[in-house]
Design a protein around this ligand. Structure first.
Ligand code: ADE
Ligand code: ZN
Length: 324
């Protein structure tokens, strides 16, 4: 079974580049940039990765990204992810980054963007890993700040495929970002949003109806609403699910109850992804393995999920065909 998962060609569609900084790398970059960490060893940092909810994680995630200071740092972290993805037979990756997480602490948008981009180019040339880049707005900050971030991002319009929405969900409904998303779509970008991770099914509806998303990131709580489930299946809206993230952030108490099983059985277009692998204990194959085991997925079902990931990718059909 393990070999079967490793051998499956996969696309990864829900991956925060700032969530791929392994503790060892975090310490190395902190030393390189003379950044003070609140932890005195890799072990004590790892021990802190014991999250009660999304906010507990986000507190450490924003602290962790402070080690990213130079273009080289962004390059190194992105390159390390691409090597890992390549080793796990990821043929295509759509990568989130959080510009406001960097500009708010004095690192220029350009520094983050160019470092990540250069690694993606090298990944295409040297590893054959196809990729796209998706800046996300931080939903727990105000909409005007997101608007400013979008204007910065639009300087790089040709090198972006979509915009996204992430960070603390509860109390920050999609509708808060209607204008920003309207502007992004007017500029020809696709849209995605985290919805229904900790927030209710209604946030998934808002993401569809107000932000006009082409995919829903997570979407777990759509399972609470039968009419919404039926709509997601009928409209073939892809969901980028992240099982180990859900387990570690207590979105599900036990992977045996993960909604992916019911969604798959009801014909929803679900995919499996790693979210923030350095924090949640596994990259894409570990996520596939965990749901396979917990939900008893057959090889046919695993292959269907992997096929879904290419179907849901923001790539022209001919590029998809060339990959698979
Ligand atoms: N930022 C990084 N990972 C996230 C997640 N799982 N949910 C919301 N925001 C995030
Ligand atoms: Zn995420």
């Amino acid at each position: 079974m393990t070999d079967f998962i490793e051998g499956l060609p996969k696309a990864e569609l829900h991956l925060h580049i700032e969530g791929t900084i392994e503790p060892e790398t975090l310490f190395r970059l902190a030393a390189r940039n003379a950044v003070d960490l609140r932890y005195d060893s890799v072990e004590s940092l790892r021990a802190a990765y014991d999250f009660g909810n999304l906010q507990d994680f986000l507190d450490l995630y924003y602290q962790g990204m402070a080690v990213l200071q130079t273009e080289e740092d962004f390059y190194d972290v992105t390159w390390a992810y691409l090597e890992k993805a390549h080793a796990q037979n990821v043929l295509h990756a759509e990568i989130f980054f959080d510009p406001q997480g960097h500009t708010s602490r004095g690192v220029a948008f350009e520094t983050a963007f160019e470092g990540v981009w250069r690694a993606l180019e090298d990944g295409r040339e040297r590893l054959g890993v196809s990729s796209r880049l998706i800046p996300c707005f931080l939903r727990d900050r105000d909409a005007d700040e997101a608007k400013a971030a979008l204007e910065q991002a639009l300087h790089y319009r040709d090198r972006l495929i979509a915009v996204g929405l992430d960070s603390a969900e509860r109390g920050n409904p999609p509708v808060k970002f209607k204008e920003v998303f309207d502007r992004a779509r007017d500029a020809g970008l696709l849209t995605v949003a985290h919805a229904g991770e900790e927030g209710p099914a209604d946030y998934v509806r808002q993401a569809l109806d107000v932000l006009r998303v082409a995919r829903v990131d997570h979407g777990n709580h759509a399972a609470d609403d039968p009419a919404l489930m039926e709509r997601l299946a009928r409209e073939r809206v892809p969901l980028t699910m992240c099982p180990l993230s859900n387990l570690r952030l207590q979105v599900v108490a036990d992977l045996r109850n993960h909604p992916l099983r019911r969604m798959l059985d009801n014909g929803l277009l679900v995919t499996v992804n790693s979210d923030d692998p350095a924090y949640f204990g596994g990259y894409i194959n570990e996520n596939y393995r965990a749901v396979q085991k917990a939900l008893g997925l057959s090889n046919d079902e695993l292959a269907r999920i992997a096929r879904n990931s290419f179907h849901a990718a923001f790539l022209p059909e001919e590029e998809k065909r060339a990959l698979t």
